[in-house]
Design a protein around this ligand. Structure first.
Ligand code: FEO
Length: 405
């Protein structure tokens, strides 16, 4: 896709990755984009690059606007591979450009490239760069989501180039929120935002709140937010800021998600009366089988719901491997403000439910105890116990949810 003007003389020059389905383990059914931006001012300035595979795409987009040799400044907001691995190819075309980057970014860049011949200037929060008619303000955002991360604010255009922040893994022909909504839907866009936040930014809610507060305190007027993935927020940039604040503050839907796996369908059978018990308490419920769903989808659904029941059969006195994998991934995301419980079948000895609760305790989630176990295969009385267990869990989730209203 060729360059798109997003503001007068400011262009998206990135690449759309329609085919990617595995983004370092995160399943991306809708592909993604690698967004970078070119400002045509007295000093031509490139903000970010793209993944190596798409270096020629962004270079062609730049060439459609200007000779790359004329680029004077390159801002690197984030050094993860999907944004920086085409830097060598670009620097070969404009070897005298100056790179602006945080100190931690420079250290990381040095581990990936021979930077000895590059002119690199270190910037920190509050530093600015005049490029002619415009002034760029740098805002460090360490751990959002890497130590090197920063954002760049283009003052005269009220434009925030936000690197990974406020992004989504979406490949689309439309570059803007309003275009995406008109060709798809607002709920699809919101779902993509939640998916991205859950899988990448969930651990950093406190930092997100303080960084947004810092931006608000600076009084920066923002009428467009341009992230390095997905669509650009021009119709309603306040929407994405409010969504981030809501998620950072623990907002969730009054819903229970049952996330399980099964060996000979006994644990699976338990989900049916559980679901009915939850539903009969008036709480929405969703069921996800781990071997039938990407782990990143399961995390998204966990994040959207206030309550979660984890189902695992006992295998070798412990958790079924896909459930253990899911809990390990979830623990790393440091979830908060969610209620959790466990259930599962066992044969000659249990262990899965016990071990699930051990993992829950390490995460510091709100526990619903005890869990629910069934020997071998659910009998009619077990189905009734599961129904009551589900209904009781739903009641607890409703009470817990009320704390956040
Ligand atoms: Fe899109 Fe942290 O890279």
């Amino acid at each position: 896709m060729k360059a798109v003007e997003i503001k007068p003389d400011i262009y998206w020059v990135g690449a759309i990755d329609w085919a990617i389905r595995d983004f370092h383990g995160y399943v991306t059914p809708n592909g993604t984009s690698y967004n970078n931006y070119l400002i045509l001012d007295d000093q031509i300035t490139l903000l970010d690059t793209v993944k190596y595979d798409f270096a020629d795409v962004t270079i062609d987009n730049i060439k459609g606007l200007v000779d790359p040799a004329r680029i004077k400044n390159i801002i690197i907001n984030h050094i993860e591979n999907d944004h920086v691995t085409s830097i060598e190819k670009i620097m070969a075309l404009t070897p005298h450009a100056t790179i602006y980057i945080t100190e931690k970014g420079r250290k990381g860049l040095d581990r990936f490239f021979d930077i000895s011949k590059w002119d690199i200037k270190i910037v920190k929060s509050g530093d600015s760069l005049n490029i002619g008619k415009r002034n760029l303000l740098f805002l460090e955002t360490p751990m959002l989501h890497w130590p090197d991360s920063m954002m760049t604010y283009v003052k005269e255009d009220k434009l925030l180039i936000s690197q990974d922040g406020f992004g989504q893994h979406l490949a689309s022909a439309g570059r803007f929120d309003d275009e995406f909504i008109s060709s798809s839907s607002e709920s699809a866009l919101e779902d993509a935002v939640k998916d991205y936040y859950a899988n990448i930014l969930m651990p950093f809610g406190t930092l997100i709140k303080s960084k947004i507060a810092e931006i608000q305190k600076l009084g920066l007027e923002i009428d467009m937010i341009a992230p390095d993935h997905g669509i650009i927020w021009r119709q309603d940039p306040g929407k994405i800021i409010n969504m981030y604040l809501d998620m950072a503050n623990g907002k969730a839907d009054l819903r229970v998600v049952i996330i399980y796996d099964t060996i000979w369908h006994s644990t699976e059978q338990m989900t049916l009366p559980l679901l009915q018990g939850i539903k009969d308490e008036g709480v929405d419920v969703k069921v996800i089988k781990l071997r039938a769903s990407p782990i990143s989808d399961a995390v998204k659904e966990f994040w959207k719901a206030r309550g979660c029941l984890i189902g695992s059969p006992t295998l070798n006195n412990s958790l079924f491997p896909t459930v253990a994998e899911f809990l390990t991934y979830l623990k790393g995301l440091r979830p908060k403000n969610r209620m959790i419980g466990a259930f599962g079948s066992y044969g000659w000895a249990g262990g899965a439910v016990r071990d699930a609760y051990e993992e829950f305790r390490k995460m510091g989630l709100e526990l619903s105890e005890p869990g629910m176990q069934v020997l071998y295969r659910p009998a009619p009385e077990d189905n009734q116990r599961c129904y009551e267990f589900g209904a009781d869990f739903a009641k607890k989730v409703k009470e817990y949810h009320a704390r956040f209203e």
